[in-house]
Design a protein. Structure first.
Length: 350
């Protein structure tokens, strides 16, 4: 009887925690939906939110409103959601496998690798043999994958410990930034403008075709990451304890890096360098649902999508008549958060 009495509160606590996670996920999804409507409603041609909602639901509206919503703004709004979700998910995975709260595809050089690949195609015309429309995205995707591979190979020289991988990523970040700066010095004024615009990040060239590629890459990675949620949760206990529980730590890190490479490479290939979403979204999820990867990974993706969608709204409304590059907006959000993490780490937060 005593054992039964002791089990009841534990079961009750677990049910409450599970319910809290569902509530948080539902609220994050609601924020995403609201932000999409706001994103579609904002722009140079102001559209009433009611007309936007009617157009999205398929109700009859003015032809011009229908064209603006479905042909121009909706692909941009949905791209913001998918890219944000991809970056938030990749950041959550990287912070887990490296056990480092400052880890993300942006801070560890993967996005910088993509930027160098794009600059290489723009300035020197060195790109994969693909249709011209996809030459720059394909090059960015390739170099994001190469950067991710290089991080693991360099870190692997020291048995692929989390610390070695972080140091390798930081080194590659500075390397790719230096190489990109060198290409900018060599570029013509027209090419330089194109490189700078790409590095700022922009959602405005989004199309339905690009959106389906982004969605496909996200849907490809999600089942494999979902299959590893238990092992990723065990990894938070430390490499030794995870191995004692039967987790093949090295193989898990290799798989995770592969999926991070796909998520980041495809995301930044079409919209340019988007900073700090992969850093901020996982921390928001961690504060709301904790470290259990079953909730942490999906909420990180939802938080990333909501953040980038709201940043898209801010980029179109912060300066009337002008459109701020989305990468600038996310950096303005992320830099203070990054500094706050560093300051809290000095107080023993980690």
């Amino acid at each position: 009887m005593e054992a039964l009495a002791a089990e009841v509160p534990v079961a009750l606590v677990y049910r409450r925690a599970a319910m809290r996670r569902w509530v948080v996920a539902g609220l994050a999804l609601l924020v995403m939906l609201v932000s999409v409507v706001l994103d579609v409603a904002t722009g140079p041609a102001f559209l009433p939110v009611s007309d936007v909602a009617r157009a999205l639901m398929g109700h009859p509206v003015d032809t011009s409103v229908q064209a603006i919503v479905w042909s121009i703004r909706l692909p941009v709004a949905l791209t913001a959601l998918v890219v944000g979700a991809s970056l938030g998910l990749s950041g959550a995975v990287m912070q887990t496998i490296l056990n480092n709260p400052l880890a993300s595809s942006y801070t560890l050089g993967i996005s910088a690798g993509a930027g160098f690949g794009a600059a290489l195609a723009i300035v020197l015309g060195v790109a994969l043999p693909v249709p011209e429309t996809f030459a720059i995205p394909a090059n960015a995707m390739l170099f994001a994958g190469l950067a991710c591979t290089a991080v693991y190979l360099i870190g692997g020289a020291r048995a692929a410990t989390a610390e070695a991988l972080v140091l390798a990523g930081i080194a590659l970040l500075f390397l790719f930034q230096a190489l990109t700066s060198l290409l900018q010095l060599m570029a013509s004024p027209e090419a330089l403008q194109q490189v700078v615009f790409w590095l700022f990040g922009s959602l405005q060239k989004s199309t339905w075709t690009k959106l389906w590629i982004l969605v496909s890459s996200l849907l490809l990675c999600v089942p494999f990451l979902a299959n590893d949620v238990w092992q990723l949760t065990a990894l938070k206990l430390g490499d030794a304890r995870a191995a004692a529980l039967g987790v093949r730590v090295r193989a898990l890190r290799i798989r995770s890096f592969a999926w991070v490479s796909v998520l980041t490479g495809v995301a930044v290939a079409f919209v340019g360098t988007i900073g700090f979403i992969g850093l901020v979204a996982p921390h928001m999820a961690r504060m709301l649902v904790g470290e259990d990867q079953r909730a942490f990974l999906p909420v990180s993706a939802l938080a990333g999508g909501a953040l980038l969608s709201l940043a898209s709204v801010v980029s179109k409304t912060a300066s009337p008549g002008a459109l701020l590059p989305i990468g600038i907006v996310t950096s303005l959000i992320g830099v203070p958060f990054f500094i706050g993490l560093v300051m809290r780490s000095r107080k023993g937060y980690w």
